[in-house]
Design a protein around this ligand. Structure first.
Ligand code: ZN
Length: 133
C-alpha cells in the first residue's frame, strides 16, 4: 500500500461545498464527475500534493446518503493508492479485513477501487485505488 491518494468528504450540497473548498484552497475543483453506479457526484480539489474528494449523493440509496443520514457531513473515507489492487485484496482478506466489493469496480478519477468495511478498520472506511492506465 502506498501514499494516501485522497480523502473523501461527504457533503449535502456539492455546489455549496465546492465554494467553501475553493476558498479554502484558493483554487477551483480540477475535476467533477458523476459515478452513476455509486449514486454520487464528486468534485476533486488539489492542494499541493494532496487531494480532497467531495461527494454528494444523487439518490437516497447512495452510500453517501446513508452516511449523511447517520453521521452528517464529514470525512467519509481515506483512500490509499496501490499498484496491484487484486493482490492487495487477496492479502488483506487473508489478514482478516472485510472487503466490501471483492471485485474492484470503476470509481471516480479513472481508478479501480475497493472498500474495506469500517468494522474491520477501527471505524474508518478505507478505499484502495489503482490508477487505470
Ligand atoms: Zn474516494
Amino acid at each position: 500500500m502506498k501514499k494516501i491518494e485522497h480523502i473523501g468528504i461527504a457533503v449535502i450540497d456539492l455546489e455549496e461545498a465546492s465554494i467553501v473548498y475553493e476558498k479554502l484552497f484558493g483554487s477551483a475543483a480540477y475535476k467533477r464527475e458523476e459515478v452513476v453506479n455509486e449514486g454520487v457526484k464528486t468534485a476533486f480539489f488539489k492542494n499541493g500534493p494532496n487531494k480532497i474528494e467531495l461527494l454528494e449523493a444523487t439518490n437516497a440509496e447512495s452510500p453517501i446518503a446513508k452516511f449523511i443520514a447517520k453521521k452528517g457531513e464529514g470525512i467519509h473515507h481515506i483512500a490509499f493508492e496501490v499498484d496491484d489492487i487484486v493482490s492487495e485484496i487477496a492479502r488483506l482478506k487473508k489478514e482478516g479485513f472485510i472487503v466490501l466489493n471483492e471485485t474492484p469496480k470503476k470509481g471516480a478519477d479513472n481508478k479501480l477501487v475497493v472498500f474495506l468495511h469500517p468494522k474491520s478498520t477501527n471505524g474508518v472506511l478505507i478505499e484502495l485505488c489503482q490508477e487505470i492506465y
